[in-house]
Design a protein around this ligand. Structure first.
Ligand code: FAD
Length: 357
């Protein structure tokens, strides 16, 4: 097996999954990151995610292929690897009465969606099963990831496979080639810097902007995960409920505010989020409405949205071979394995290694 020296910049779900897959191919990996699992920062998206598998790709495109590749991996972890902090949950998707469907929800709310044959237990709801204000809906078996467990789990798996982690801030992507733990120049650098790819020297991708998400984490339990085709409060707001595995609390969301960098909690938005959630799922607070919610904390995360989709590409920057894996917006977990597999294939191409090795 050939072993190359690789530096992965970034320790979010993209960097960790890519480092893990690369290390399983026998390469010598260093992960350099400003933020690591355990940190909470507005510059570090992964800890804030729900996170679940609600397919959002809108055409037979790469994102669809990545989601298709990732569902079986996440289901495997949920059913066979309890220490990953992922469990199986019903995903209930409803069409709200009298509201045009929010554009990015279009394929998700389809009654015969592209993922019907991929996911387990897909079916249409009967009329009597619908919550108030909903005209139709579908459900399937999805997963909910407790990110506070899953990110350290991925890191632990990387450590087990010999990956070395170092804290550091990379000013220019080519500089990362000099940061391999061996002290020797890396053969390839993998760029998994998420939203900050828009600021990183040598990359400065202006197509990347934040899609701000605000959440409320509560102790209350939900019988399933919920989302709707639209909400009454505008196209950049949405409704989702996701109960995380292993006592991780229940995430209530949300919004999708493109171009908004604010880390501040908007209290009015928080109230709208909670109200929408208890309206569709009164069981969440035992019928006591918003008053019955037991709040752990409020949060804001910035999704790395990229015009034209995520970037999995290779290029040479200042003589350094670089492979990019960033820009997964609101689907970085549910596409993580597919994206990382394509990244690994490009690393192998850069190293002139046949893809089967
Ligand atoms: P990040 O997690 O931001 O990691 C970037 C890494 O790069 C960090 O370690 C950072 O420190 C490092 N870095 C950046 N620049 C530098 C530098 N110059 N030098 C050194 N290190 C650097 N996705 C789903 O699949 N399902 C969901 O249900 C879901 N829900 C979400 C809900 C919310 C509220 C939010 C905010 C997001 C949600 N997402 C969801 C999206 C998902 O969280 C993101 O797509 C994913 O976390 C992006 O991961 P990343 O590794 O690309 O970026």
């Amino acid at each position: 097996m050939s072993s190359a020296k690789i530096v992965v910049v970034g320790a979010g779900v993209a960097g960790l999954t890519t480092a893990l897959l690369l290390s399983k191919s026998g390469h010598s990996i260093t992960v350099i990151a400003k933020h690591m699992p355990g940190d909470y920062s507005i510059e570090y998206t992964s800890p804030w995610a729900g996170a679940n598998f609600f397919p959002f790709s809108t055409a037979e495109d790469l994102a669809r292929r990545w989601e298709r590749a990732t569902y079986p991996e996440l289901m495997h972890l949920a059913t066979k690897v309890p220490e990953s902090g992922i469990h199986v949950q019903d995903a209930n998707i409803y069409v709200a009465e009298g509201l045009p469907v929010t554009p990015f929800m279009q394929d998700l709310v389809d009654e015969k969606p592209w993922f019907e044959g991929l996911v387990h237990g897909f079916r249409k709801f009967q009329e009597h099963e619908l919550p108030k204000g909903m005209v139709s809906g579908t459900t399937f078996k999805s997963v909910c990831i407790n990110t506070a467990i899953y990110l350290p789990y991925l890191m632990g798996q990387c450590l087990k496979h010999g990956v070395v982690f170092k804290r550091g801030i990379v000013d220019h992507i080519a500089d990362a080639a000099g940061m391999h733990f061996s002290g020797k120049k890396a053969d390839v650098v993998v760029n998994c810097t998420g939203l900050l790819a828009c600021k990183l020297g040598g990359v400065e991708d202006k197509k990347v902007v934040p899609a701000r998400g605000q959440i409320v984490l509560v102790r209350n339990e939900a019988p399933a995960m919920y989302t709707t085709s639209a909400v009454h409060d505008g196209d950049d707001e949405m409704l989702y409920i996701m109960m995380r595995a292993a006592g991780g609390g229940t995430i209530l969301g949300g919004c999708y505010q493109k171009g908004n960098w604010s880390p501040e909690i908007d209290p009015n938005l928080a109230n709208r989020i909670m109200k929408r959630c208890v309206d569709i799922c009164p069981e969440l607070s035992g019928g006591k409405g918003v008053e019955g919610l037991d709040i752990i904390r409020h949060g804001v995360g910035l999704r790395p949205w990229r015009e034209g989709g995520a970037r999995i590409e290779k290029e040479v920057i200042n003589g350094v071979k670089v492979v990019h894996n960033y820009g997964a917006a609101g689907w970085g977990y549910q596409a993580s394995y597919g994206m990382s597999e394509d990244t690994v294939a490009l690393v192998k191409e850069s190293l002139n290694i046949p893809s089967k090795l």
